[in-house]
Write a protein that binds this ligand. Structure first.
Ligand code: AHR
Length: 335
């Protein structure tokens, strides 16, 4: 009797072991099909960035065949180094990097290459000695954005009959050394070089955040208060900084936007900025599309299928001005 129970118990144990082992194998093979992606994001400094993070999370989700390890670097390059080294340790299949600035990536990207992990750069670019340190970059043409803004300004001043007036421009700049800053600034500088009557009266650093842009603009307006200095144009390198600038102008009682106020030029064209364009607070919103998630997912699928993507994929952007924007544009906005 005891022997019988012993054999039954053994059989149950053996079945359980085989069953369990089988399960592990199934789970393993399912896991093998999942592509693990480590994404080092700059931070959450702007509405654009938040929309960008959401787009990445949505496109690189489990239902789409990915596992996303998301790291928010809080606007610090050291945090991005740490995140990438963690991804290498975890042996992810791909690393996606949205770099805060262009410089300083050689060492950590070499480490990724040595570990055999392909790297995709998104949004801003990296300035590295060896282009083979990354597979592909996808993002906007920031110089083209700057050109769109200044060409529009040239036309607007002509329409106002002010093409020969002295034009004082206040430049509110994004994070120094970020591709978006370098090329939007270049777009402005090139146009100023071409127009003898355009002057940049001051450059304020707003780090792409509303809070800092508000502080530096407020300080600047207080400084020029009794000097007789005037501002004709504010060229603000993203929407959130523009919101900070407008708050400071409101508090100082300075008129802006529309046909008579300071001409406000902003970049990104997120929904809340377009709404302020519609009511005339912002004269020009230059678009910068943040929806890179599906682009990155498709890139990875294409690499997995054995294709070699082109080194750079530019996204095309447009602009919206206060005198032509419609409700429909805002209703259709996905971010
Ligand atoms: O690199 C893109 C820029 O970064 C966007 O214009 C800005 O809003 C973001 O923070």
């Amino acid at each position: 009797m005891a022997k019988k129970y012993f054999f039954i118990a053994m059989a149950v144990i053996i079945m359980a072991i085989f069953g369990l082992t089988g399960c592990v194998n199934v789970a393993d093979s399912e896991k093998k099909d999942i592509i693990v992606v480590g994404f080092s994001q700059v931070g959450s400094e702007s509405s654009w960035r938040v929309a960008n993070s959401e787009s990445m999370k949505k496109a690189l989700c489990e239902e789409e065949g990915f596992e996303l390890i998301f790291d928010d670097a809080k606007q610090k390059q050291e945090n991005q180094y740490k995140a990438i080294r963690n991804f290498i340790q975890q042996q992810v299949d791909y690393i996606v990097l949205a770099p805060i600035t262009e410089n300083g990536w050689d060492d950590v990207l070499k480490e990724a290459k040595q570990a055999g992990i392909p790297v995709i750069i998104v949004d801003r670019q990296v300035d590295v000695s060896d282009d083979s340190l990354y597979i592909n970059w996808v993002g906007s043409d920031f110089l083209q954005e700057g050109k769109m803004a200044t060409e529009w300004l040239e036309g607007e001043l002509e329409e106002r009959g002010r093409e020969n007036d002295e034009i004082n421009i206040l430049h509110v700049r994004g994070t120094n050394g970020a591709t978006a800053q370098i090329f939007r600034t270049k777009g402005l500088q090139d146009a100023v070089d071409e127009h003898i009557n355009w002057n940049i009266v001051s450059v304020l650093d707003g780090e792409y955040t509303e809070a800092l842009a508000y502080e530096v603009t407020k300080e600047y307006l207080e400084k020029i208060q009794d000097t007789g200095e005037t501002i004709d144009v504010i060229y603000s390198e993203n929407d959130n900084m523009t919101f900070g600038v407008l708050k400071a102008l409101d508090e100082a009682g300075i008129e802006y936007g529309g046909e008579d106020g300071i001409i406000i030029i902003s970049f990104d064209a997120v929904r809340s900025s377009l709404e302020r364009c519609l009511v005339g607070d912002i004269n020009l919103c230059v678009e910068c599309n943040p929806l890179h998630g599906p682009r990155v997912a498709n890139l990875i699928r294409s690499i997995e299928a054995g294709n070699t993507p082109s080194k750079r994929s530019y996204v095309s952007d447009t602009y919206f001005s206060y005198d032509s924007i419609t409700h429909e544009v805002i209703d259709e906005r996905a971010y």
